[in-house]
Design a protein around this ligand. Sequence first.
Ligand code: ADP
Ligand code: MG
Length: 207
Amino acid sequence: MSDNNKTSTPNGYLIVIEGIDGTGKSTQATMIAEALRENKHEVIQSFEPTNGPWGKKLRDSATTGRLSIQDELSYFVNDRREHVEQVIEPTMARGGIVVLDRYYFSTMAYQGARGIDTTTIRKENESFAPKPDLLIVLDLDVDTALQRIGVRDGEANEFEKRESLNFCRELFLSLRQQDGAHIIDANTSIKEVQEKLMALVQKELSV
Ligand code: ADP
Ligand code: MG
């Protein structure tokens, strides 16, 4: 489909959207998927953590108490292995487009913020997870992002501490150099962000 396809699965196309919560990933992933479907592509829109058993354990931990860092990391990796095997690889093998709302860069960011070496996280993931063809980071300052998801000044749950969110934001920004990520300023309207994203997607996919 594309000359610059870098993945080990040559036919499909993997678009990944990253960024801290509240930057608009889910909103934009849906819009991109819909626009690409109109162009008659097979498009699978998905997200991590998934709704599979490991993803469920991770979601439950948000209310039942945060897992140990090692358990948390291995649950994310287990969840991703299933996701790659069951959804990402098969779709790409058919020549389809996968649009992902979060991927292993989020594990580097959030579990990195808990103290795990980000290079170690990257290596483990890249041993089984295909690299994206197009990596998009939606960037927004932490306070604005928290406001969008309804967190008021002075309150933030375990997953949303400002300090660790700043670490995550910086990690995502660093992907520009390391992974050729496209950094999009998310501090504009939904429509403006969408226009920028679609221009990028159209340029990269030649659709
Ligand atoms: P994420 O998936 O990154 O957490 P969402 O897409 O769920 O972000 O958006 C979080 C909230 O912010 C939603 O209420 C959404 O409608 C709103 N939102 C998304 N993008 C923008 C934007 N560009 N400007 C203002 N509000 C936005
Ligand atoms: Mg979301």
